[in-house]
Design a protein around this ligand. Structure first.
Ligand code: ADP
Ligand code: ASP
Ligand code: MG
Length: 410
C-alpha cells in the first residue's frame, strides 16, 4: 500500500463539475488500496479576485489581513471536495493549514514552512479517511494565518509528502507534464518524460510557473519523488528525477532540457559613474538595505575613468529602486539614472551544457537571425540567460526552441 500526496491546482478545481471529477480521481486511487492525502488550490481566479478586493480598498493592504483573506480561497475548495467525496461514500476530512499545523515563519504573504505535524493526518489515514488539506497556507507561532506566496500549494504538497514520507508527490495541473517550454507560447513544445531536479530548479527560478520554486527546493532537500501530471487526461506526466545515472545519460543525449522566460523583471542603469573601487557597493548597498533582491548585474569596462552599471530587479520593485538610485546619484557622481520595465529574460537550461561548448553562440545566432537585440547576458554552469525587449519574448522563445530542435526527441 502506497501513500500518495496529490495536489490539484486552480483550474483542476475551477468549478463544481471539476471538483467532482477530482473526487472521482481520488476514489480511483483509493480503490487501488493507496492512502491519499489531497492538497487543493483555490478555484481558478479566486486568489486574484480576493487580492483585487483588498486592493480596491488600498494599494498596499495590511499583509496580515491580506493572508486572512487569501486563505479563504482554499478553505472553500477543501470543504467542497470533501462534500463530493462523502457524497460518493468515501470518508474524507478537510483541514486548513492551521488545523494540520503547518507551522511557518511570520513573513506574511511569503511565509516559509518550518514544521509539519504529521500525526493527526496519519491517524485519519489509518482510520480509512482521505485527508484534504488547504494548500498555500499555514500558521505562525502566534497562531496568525500565513500564506506561502503565489503558487504555494505546490510547496504545501511537497512539504506534506516529506513530512509523511510519501511514496510520491503528484502535482495535477492543466498540462500533462513539464514541457520543453510553456506550451501556451510554443505549441510545438514537447513533454519531457523526466527532468533532473537541478534543471527543474533552474526552470522554476527562471520563470516556468508550472511548479513554485520553493516546492522544487523542498523536494530536493527532502528527496521527495515529484511528478507533474494532467488532471484531465491519463498519462505518465513528468518525473523530477534525482538519479545520477540518468543525468549522465542525459548529458550524452540532450543538451538543453528547456527554455524558461520571465517578464517580471525591470532593468536599471546608472550612467557615467566614476570607475573606482567600491562603486558597485555604493550603488547596490542602498538597494539591498531596502531588502530588494537584485538579479542580473553588468558593469561595463571603464572609459575616460567612468563606467556604466546595469542591473535587474523584480518589476514590482522598479519604482522604489529608481527612487533610491536618484537619491544617491549625485553622491555617486553619476551622470544619469535610467530604466526600462519592458524587458523579458529568456533562459536556456540544461545539464548537458556542462560538457558542451558553443551553446551560447548558437543561442545568440538564433536571436540575431530574428533581429532580436540582446541587452544583457548572464551564464552559469547549466543555464544561459539573456535580457531582450519584452515585445520579442514570444518570437525569441520560438526561435530558440527551433534552433535547438527541442520539439524532436534527441
Ligand atoms: P495550477 O493552477 O495547476 O497550479 P499553473 O498555472 O500554476 O497551474 O501551472 C501550469 C501552467 O504552467 C501551464 O498551464 C503552463 O501554461 C505553464 N507553464 C510554464 N512553463 C511550463 C513548462 N515548461 N511546462 C509546462 N507548463 C508550463
Ligand atoms: N491559490 C494560490 C495562488 O493562486 C496558491 C496556488 O494555487 O498554488 O497562487
Ligand atoms: Mg501553480
Amino acid at each position: 500500500m502506497a501513500l500518495i500526496v496529490q495536489k490539484y491546482g486552480g483550474t483542476s478545481v475551477g468549478n463544481l463539475e471539476r471538483i467532482e471529477n477530482v473526487a472521482e480521481k481520488v476514489i480511483g486511487w483509493r480503490a487501488r488500496g493507496d492512502h491519499v492525502v489531497v492538497v487543493v488550490s483555490a478555484m481558478s481566479g479566486e486568489t486574484d479576485r480576493l487580492i483585487g478586493l483588498a486592493k480596491g480598498i488600498t494599494p498596499r493592504p495590511d499583509p496580515r489581513e491580506l493572508d486572512v483573506l487569501l486563505a479563504t480561497g482554499e478553505q472553500v475548495t477543501i470543504a467542497l471536495l470533501c462534500i463530493a467525496l462523502e457524497k460518493r461514500g468515501c470518508p474524507a476530512r478537510s483541514y486548513t493549514g492551521g488545523q494540520v499545523r503547518i507551522l511557518t515563519d511570520n513573513a506574511f504573504n511569503k511565509a516559509r514552512i518550518q514544521e509539519i505535524e504529521a500525526s493527526a493526518m496519519r491517524a485519519e489515514l489509518d482510520a480509512g479517511r482521505v485527508v484534504v488539506v488547504a494548500g498555500f497556507q499555514g500558521v505562525d507561532e502566534d497562531g496568525n494565518i500565513t500564506t506561502l506566496g503565489r503558487g504555494g500549494s505546490d510547496t504545501t504538497a511537497v512539504a506534506l509528502a516529506a513530512a509523511l514520507k510519501a511514496d510520491e508527490c503528484q502535482i495535477y495541473t492543466d498540462v500533462d507534464g513539464v514541457y520543453t517550454t510553456d506550451p501556451r507560447v510554443v505549441p510545438e513544445a514537447r513533454r519531457l518524460n523526466r527532468i533532473t531536479f537541478e534543471e527543474m530548479l533552474e526552470m522554476a527560478s527562471l520563470g516556468s510557473k508550472v511548479l513554485q520554486i520553493r516546492s522544487v527546493e523542498f523536494a530536493g532537500k527532502h528527496n521527495v519523488p515529484l511528478r507533474v501530471l494532467s488532471t484531465f487526461q491519463e498519462g505518465p506526466g513528468t518525473l523530477i528525477t534525482f538519479e545520477e545515472a540518468f543525468e549522465a545519460e542525459t548529458m550524452e543525449k540532450e543538451l538543453i532540457a528547456g527554455i524558461a522566460f520571465n517578464r517580471d523583471e525591470a532593468k536599471l542603469t546608472v550612467l557615467g559613474v566614476p570607475d573606482r573601487p567600491g562603486i558597485a557597493f555604493s550603488i547596490l548597498g542602498p538597494v539591498s538595505d531596502a531588502n530588494i533582491e537584485v538579479d542580473m548585474i553588468i558593469q561595463n569596462i571603464g572609459r575616460d575613468s567612468t563606467t556604466d552599471f546595469t542591473f535587474t530587479v523584480h518589476r514590482n520593485d522598479y519604482e522604489r529602486v529608481l527612487e533610491i538610485l536618484k537619491q544617491h546619484a549625485a553622491q555617486l557622481g553619476a551622470r544619469e539614472v535610467s530604466g526600462d520595465t519592458k524587458i523579458a529574460k529568456l533562459s536556456l537550461v540544461g545539464i548537458g551544457m556542462r560538457s558542451h561548448a558553443g551553446v551560447a553562440s548558437r543561442m545568440f545566432q538564433a536571436l540575431a537571425k530574428e533581429g532580436i537585440n540582446i541587452r544583457m547576458i548572464s551564464t552559469s554552469e547549466i543555464k544561459i540567460s539573456v535580457v531582450v525587449d519584452e515585445k520579442y519574448l514570444e518570437l525569441g522563445v520560438r526561435a530558440l526552441h527551433e534552433a535547438f530542435e527541442l520539439d524532436k526527441v534527441a
